[in-house]
Design a protein around this ligand. Structure first.
Ligand code: IMP
Length: 178
């Protein structure tokens, strides 16, 4: 499969440190509950927490989407919920990429029901032009065009998550396009 590098591991490392610095400043003196969205966010989350200068605890959530992603977010379900109580706490959701916005807008509404003190979202990549529902992340690593990317936790049919750099997959090879 033809792959073209988009972000090198060095560039990613620098950008993740910048994001972590911003988060550490914004949450100074507070403890944050970081919620990673499985599976894709595990690499980004691992790097992010090692650059934070604030106390944090970690949990994970996993979501599955059924049927067409082109319609409402009604087909998204939580297949693994968080185990940490978040009521009255500062929560930061960490996700690999926001595309249509359906997954994160669903998750944010679900987490709001648990009454956190604050709820923000940090994404490594943002494909703004692909939105089907309005969604704006509070922290964004990189804005990217409408291309399918792999590496740094992001997969294509479960492949390539291990790659330390981010690659664009060649035209015509992108799976699951809507
Ligand atoms: P959304 O609900 O459309 O925003 O979908 C977000 C999810 O789609 C992400 O968590 C990824 O699993 C997947 N996704 C979207 N674009 C890409 C991509 O370019 N590479 C890998 N996964 C992607």
């Amino acid at each position: 499969m033809k792959k073209e590098i988009l972000f090198s591991r060095e560039a990613i490392g620098r950008r993740v440190r910048e994001l972590a610095d911003g988060i550490s400043r914004d949450y100074e003196g507070r403890e944050v509950v970081l919620i990673g969205v499985l599976k894709g966010a595990f690499v980004f989350l691992a790097d992010l927490i090692r650059n934070l200068r604030i106390p944090c605890v970690i949990d994970f959530v996993r979501l599955a989407s059924y049927g067409s992603k082109t319609v409402s977010s009604g087909e998204i379900v939580i297949t693994k919920d968080i185990e940490t109580p978040i009521q009255g706490r500062d929560v930061l959701v960490v996700e690999d990429i926001v595309d249509t916005g359906l997954t994160l807008s669903f998750l944010v509404e679900k987490l709001k029901e648990k009454s956190p003190r604050s709820l923000k979202v940090c994404v490594f990549l943002d494909k703004k032009e692909r939105r089907k529902v309005p969604f704006e992340a509070d922290y964004v690593g990189y804005d990217i065009p409408d291309r399918f990317v792999v590496g740094y936790g992001l997969d294509c049919n479960e492949q390539f998550r291990f790659l330390p750099d981010v690659y664009v997959i060649g035209e015509g090879e992108s799976p699951n396009r809507h």
